[in-house]
Ligand binder design. Sequence first.
Ligand SMILES: *[C@@H]1O[C@H](CO)[C@@H](O)[C@H](O)[C@H]1NC(C)=O
Ligand SMILES: *[C@@H]1O[C@H](CO)[C@@H](O)[C@H](O)[C@H]1NC(C)=O
Ligand SMILES: *[C@@H]1O[C@H](CO)[C@@H](O)[C@H](O)[C@H]1NC(C)=O
Length: 346
Amino acid sequence: MLRANMEYKCSVILTKALILSALVNCVHSAAAAAAGSVRLTPMYGNRPVCTGNNCRAGCPGKSTYFRKSCTNCNTHTSQCCDGVINDYFQNDQFENLFSNRDSFEAHAKGFWDYHSFIAASAHYQPYGFGTTYINSTFFGTKEVAAFLAHVGARTSCGNEVASKEPLEWGLCYNKEINSNSNNYCDEHDKNVYPCAPGVAYYGRGALPIYWNYNYGEVSKDLKVDLLNHPEYIEQNATLSFQVAIWRWMTPIMEHQPSAHDVFTGYWKPTKNDSLAKRVSGFGATINVLYGDLVCGQGDNEFMNSIISHYLYYLDLMGVGREKAGPHEVLSCAEQVAFNPTPSSSP
Ligand SMILES: *[C@@H]1O[C@H](CO)[C@@H](O)[C@H](O)[C@H]1NC(C)=O
Ligand SMILES: *[C@@H]1O[C@H](CO)[C@@H](O)[C@H](O)[C@H]1NC(C)=O
Ligand SMILES: *[C@@H]1O[C@H](CO)[C@@H](O)[C@H](O)[C@H]1NC(C)=O
């Protein structure tokens, strides 16, 4: 939902009350703007502490982060991964999910395609993306539906085409229209990830990343120089999906789960998590990705839009929405955020 016209308005207005009040389209812009003002909370600018090569070198728990959730299925562990996504997810399903992305109203007409998604996921399948089994139950199809639901909700222009079915408008955008001229260059990160002159680190990707910090982290993982060339993401759909899957597979902070972990149930809630009503499942992925901008707020339009996309995609992918689980697992309406915003004064 990288939406141009709302961007400016929302980056100025950051209160929870307003976010709650129907400014659904602005949640993302508000999220990005909030990150600039609160450096020590990585959540809202998606600034994972434990990511990519850092993670592989030893966090959390000094193990290789991505790998640890994915061992070969020949070894009879309770969690393993095997197979490839294109065994069960085909081009015609992708076309059904994103049926209007190339229509004349779409803002990224001609950009996205199935092969880009498959090529992008190849990098992450060995870490369990779309390939995970837990105690012999396959989670891959549901995980791809869940991931794409976040993508669809985030890149939709369904609200702009009122006469049409809103769930059919995922992948309408491929970047934030940076109308407030924020270049998202965080001074604090300049030593590690110096901002290149003349470029802006606004939201790009199928699940957008913001800020020089994140562009730098993704660069390390993908070995593409996105710090000097952030525009590559909006020119290359494979890269755009890779950025999104990186976001899905990477914890925001050390000792926290990724969206992938909470979805597959690899993550086990602690007593504190249970007290905070955090349970593994789809709702917790919303919590990981959006925190208290969306979660713990009761029902709200943006959360419901993500959930609706998920149910719709489960149907189209042949899994069926009845397999989605009960509402308290699907929703994060009652969950306390993994990373609460300290400055979230209403
Ligand atoms: C698999 O099942 C065993 C036995 O029921 C359980 O202890 C374990 O936590 C399960 N593994 C996962 C990853 O859920
Ligand atoms: C797009 O990005 C992918 C993944 O980083 C890369 O392999 C491919 O060469 C890029 N395509 C172009 C045309 O640059
Ligand atoms: C659980 O929550 C309590 C109270 O907020 C806190 O003191 C404690 O450190 C937490 N435990 C863990 C394992 O996070």
